[in-house]
Write a protein that binds this ligand. Structure first.
Ligand code: CP
Length: 356
């Protein structure tokens, strides 16, 4: 089975729901996630009794790992976190090394013999920073597995994060129609964060009808194809999109400031084996050290505006301690919602009869 942008209500995988799931179905899933939270833990109990999911993390994780393991365990399932160093590295044709890698088509079919779903996190170094390569690996898993595949963050999308984000926005703001969201780039001392979070959030917010401003310095443009897809979703939902290159202009009047760092796609290699242009990347970052969300910056936003970040945050670089720990910070409610959003996702994939 292949999985493309046409997959909507019969979604079998959670690889690229950001582009493959239409607005009405996506908004229905947000409501399901909220119901999971309101009824927790009773709503979740035994919903996935006996289901086994393999979780493969090629990058570090605190929230995604712990929320999936906790959520599936509370639903009566069996989470199995595979150590990437303890298996043969899954690889696409052309990237294989004898007795060190195993073709993804083989790994996917073997795990499909044992379990009920596969979750994968892969971006950055494990995919040699070639933009789109990690996503292609996850797509290959989905193509060859007989069981659902969940994208736990690749180099293009972080759909589980985005669902928790719009769930949090709904709790804080009610209807999201025409509510003012600023998705902003922020400075970090590391360039190694992918564009997955802002891209998935952009698509999710566009499906929810928000008034969206994406703000970043020149050189940090998001994937043009993703921006174009967001525009298509905006037409359906009534969302508005605007792109600016001025930090303060983007935040001015926003009801939500979602500011985090991401790498410059212009500095990433096009092909495996080519290097990242680290000198240019670092130079681009260092020119914009002032893109840090402080109390003074938040004062430009709407009076009751909230601050969001997927975490981990680089304190003193992306955001000040005062904002992150202050009354305008929604980040811990946001992190907590990962559990409920993913419970809804796993149930949609493995036991959809249990959704209302
Ligand atoms: N936001 C997020 O995905 O956190 P982790 O990297 O800790 O999983």
């Amino acid at each position: 089975m292949t999985h493309d942008a046409g997959v909507t209500s019969a979604l079998r995988d959670w690889v690229a729901p950001d582009i493959g799931m239409d607005g009405p179905n996506y908004r229905a899933l947000i409501r399901e996630a909220l119901k999971f939270k309101q009824g927790y833990p009773d709503r979740a109990r035994e919903v996935l009794l006996g289901r086994a999911i393999y979780f493969l993390f090629f990058n570090p994780s605190l929230r995604t790992r712990s929320s999936f393991v906790t959520g599936l365990s509370k639903m009566g399932g069996l989470p199995i976190v595979l150590d990437p160093d303890g298996i043969y590295t899954p690889a696409l044709p052309g990237d294989e090394m004898p007795y060190a890698t195993e073709r993804i088509s083989d790994v996917a079919r073997v795990l499909s013999e044992f379990g009920d779903a596969i979750g994968i996190r892969m971006y950055g170094e494990p995919a040699k920073w070639v933009y789109g390569h990690a996503h292609r690996c996850i797509e290959a898993f989905a193509k060859w597995s007989g069981i659902p595949v969940i994208n736990m963050e690749c180099d293009r999308f972080h759909p589980c994060q985005a669902l928790a984000d719009v769930m949090t926005l709904t709790e804080k703001l009610g209807s999201l129609n025409a509510r003012r969201l600023c998705i902003s780039w922020a400075y970090s001392g590391s360039w190694h964060k992918p564009v997955a979070v802002p891209q998935s959030l952009l698509l999710a917010a566009a499906k929810c009808g928000m008034d969206i401003t994406v703000s970043h310095p020149r050189g940090f443009e998001l994937d043009a194809g993703v921006a174009s897809t967001a525009g298509a979703f905006a037409k359906e939902s009534g969302a508005t999109l605007r792109f600016v290159n001025d930090f303060r202009e983007g935040i001015n009047g926003a009801e939500v400031v979602y500011a985090k760092s991401w790498c410059s796609l212009t500095c990433l290699p096009k092909h495996l084996g080519s290097p990242v242009n680290e000198a240019r990347m670092t130079d681009l970052f260092e020119q914009h050290r002032d893109w840090c969300v402080t109390d003074e910056v938040m004062a430009l936003a709407a009076p009751e505006a909230g601050y969001m970040h997927c975490l981990p945050a680089d304190r003193g670089q992306e955001v000040s301690d005062g904002v992150l720990d202050g009354p305008r910070s929604w980040v811990f409610a946001q992190a907590g919602n990962r559990l409920h959003a993913q419970n809804a996702i796993m149930t949609k994939l493995l036991n959809p009869m249990c959704l209302s």
